[in-house]
Design a protein around this ligand. Structure first.
Ligand code: C2E
Ligand code: CA
Ligand code: CA
Length: 557
């Protein structure tokens, strides 16, 4: 680093401190969001208190519990100055006012400064005025310029009017979009993409004949509302529309996915009804058998629960609330201890011991698994070091590797750093890679695995037999061990034919010089069968459950 570099770093740092103290001066929550990626780049103290540490999370996921950018967010349309938006917030469970201002952030980044005015009771007159302003600006431009059908603002007001003025009727809001619309644009060009959107608008006009109960909300997202008596009425309309959309002269097929929200609770604001219909449509995506889904209150509860967990995860990692549990592995030939699997438990200060299935899938989605896994690997290396220092002969520890690490390509670097830091031999660490990971990009994964193997790490295919790819994997990829999935063991052992399948699987693995482990070994019958079928190692409740290190250390080895 040159002198001028370090001076500019210093300036940046002191500049940041000044900005930070200004943004912490008031009693409102403030965040800074990247204009391009919607990533949260900064949170002041109050924003952290209200929503938890959310740096590098995506704005709409945190504040609007929505998987994609909200179609009515001012960030989609505003260019300069400030704009306000009043919106019900799920996490806080109240109406709040957001003020968006376009500013320039560090490194000349184009960002939005977003301030939340939470205590609205003092500001009621102002809110009424704001709502009126919003309404007025929206009325100026009621039609979507590309398709000529109503835009979201017109849709909101007409849907709201119909639903509120007809309390004796039940209404549904349906939101839908085109699957892989971006790919269509990329492959066939914007003009064809536009033609698809216009065709959908025509289909809507055609199905609803003279009514204006539909709109293009944003990009390739459309919506309509309709009264219904039975849920089947809604599905029938969707099927009719879907057929119309599919019948066209375009060069490509248009597949649409629909989400349905039933407007039963009229206190839910209309924009939130649309968000919820949209959340439902996400669950129908990528499923060939399902083109529509009803919004289920469970989605919202799951999202709120996820929010709760995300609020605490950073703090818990700092406080060492994630604990390493070890589950022993035994040689079937002589019953000797030959290793252990590292499994995580979250000792939450308020909620108690949380099992990994309640947080690992979420961390795999939000990326926190990178940090947690590295923490667990470090615990494993530290333990091996302690054993060596105490004069024990250490048993190898196996750690779980998630999809994220393979995608981020930093696996080798992180693992090497750790073994070097603790001065342990690489063959004391086994990497458990779940079978489903081999489906994605097998060549890329194989290249990475060969590198790790050359460094001396042992590789194990976890959950072997759970998918359909098992045989291909052992043919194409060099690993040391396969770990037979516990479901596979359970279901196949139930019949004589199944037993033959496992026997042959094990035989084949042995012929390929692979070591075989069985997990989920719960009964004496399991043990006897595995012994007779040349399986090498067993892990399961029959022998021992996962346990804290202190307990594991009581085994003599
Ligand atoms: P897995 O890697 O397949 O781990 C084996 C799971 O089976 C563990 O559940 C273990 O407690 C359970 N198990 C062991 N023996 C028996 C048995 O005899 N019967 C039954 N029914 N179950 C048995 P656990 O600890 O709840 O972990 C669940 C999954 O969470 C793990 O599946 C793994 O995929 C993931 N996981 C746990 N800790 C970590 C971690 O630190 N990092 C990552 N990336 N994933 C983890
Ligand atoms: Ca495992
Ligand atoms: Ca497993």
């Amino acid at each position: 680093m040159t002198l001028s570099d370090s001076v500019s770093e210093l300036n940046k740092e002191s500049g940041f401190n000044i900005v930070d103290s200004i943004l912490n001066a008031g009693d409102n929550a403030t965040v800074v969001v990247d204009k391009e990626t919607f990533e949260i780049l900064y949170q002041n103290r109050i924003a952290k208190e209200l929503f938890g540490e959310k740096l590098s999370f995506v704005c709409h996921e945190v504040f609007c519990t929505s998987e994609i950018p909200c179609f009515d967010c001012p960030m989609n349309t505003m260019s300069e100055g400030s704009e306000t938006r009043i919106r019900y917030n799920d996490t806080l469970d109240r109406l709040v006012k957001w003020e968006f201002t376009r500013i320039n952030w560090f490194n000349n980044k184009d960002v939005y400064l977003i301030t939340l005015y939470d205590n609205l009771s003092r500001q009621i007159p102002m809110i009424k005025e704001d709502l009126l302003n919003i309404h007025n600006t929206e009325q100026k431009n009621e039609m979507d310029s590309l398709t000529g059908i109503p835009n979201y603002a017109k849709f909101y007001s007409s849907a709201e009017r119909s639903i509120i003025n007809n309390p004796d009727k039940s209404y549904a809001i349906v939101v839908f979009d085109i699957d892989k619309f971006k790919t269509i644009n990329d492959l066939y060009g914007m003009t064809e993409g536009d033609a698809a959107l216009k065709h959908i608008a025509e289909s809507l006009k055609n199905v609803f004949e003279g009514l204006e109960n539909y709109s293009r909300m944003h990009s390739d997202m459309f919506a309509f509302y309709m009264p219904y008596t039975k849920k089947g009425d809604i599905i029938k309309v969707i099927e009719k529309l879907r057929k119309k959309v599919e019948t066209n002269d375009l060069e490509f097929h248009i597949n649409t996915s629909y989400g349905i929200f039933l407007a039963q609770d009229l206190s839910v604001p209309i924009n939130l009804m649309c968000d919820r219909a949209m959340i439902a449509s996400r669950t129908a995506k990528g499923n060939v058998l399902k083109f529509c889904a009803f919004y289920d209150e469970q989605f919202r509860e799951d999202m709120l629960k996820a929010n709760e967990i995300e609020k605490d995860m950073h703090q818990s990692l700092e406080n060492n609330d994630f604990k390493m549990y070890l589950q022993p592995k035994y040689r079937l030939s002589d019953g000797g201890l030959c290793g252990a699997e590292v499994l995580c438990r979250w000792l939450h200060p308020k909620k108690g011991l949380i099992p990994p299935m309640e947080f690992i899938p979420l961390f795999e989605k939000n990326g926190f698994i990178l940090k947690l896994d590295e923490y667990m690997w470090e615990q494993a290396c530290k333990t091996l070091r302690e054993w060596i220092d105490e004069g024990r002969t250490p048993v190898p520890l196996s750690v779980n590797i998630s999809r994220y690490h393979i995608q981020h390509n930093d696996l080798e670097k992180v693992l090497l750093n750790l073994v070097n830091k603790y001065g342990i031999s690489t063959d004391l660490l086994t990497l458990e890679i779940t079978e489903s990971l081999f489906l994605d990009k097998p060549e890329e994964l194989n290249r990475e695995l060969i590198k790790l193997q050359k460094l001396g790490f042992k590789l194990e295919v976890d959950d072997f037999g759970a998918g359909f790819s098992s045989l291909n994997i052992i043919r194409n990829i060099t690993v040391d061990t396969i770990k037979i999935d516990r479901e596979f063991l359970d279901s196949e052992m139930a019949s004589d034919k199944g037993k033959i399948v496992i026997n042959h699987t094990i035989d084949m693995a042995k012929d390929l010089r692979l070591q075989v482990i069985a997990e989920g070994v719960e009964t004496k019958e399991h043990v006897d069968f595995l012994k007779s079928s040349r399986c090498d190692i067993a892990q399961g409740y029959y022998f021992a459950k996962p346990m804290p290190l202190s307990e594991f250390n009581k085994f003599s080895f």
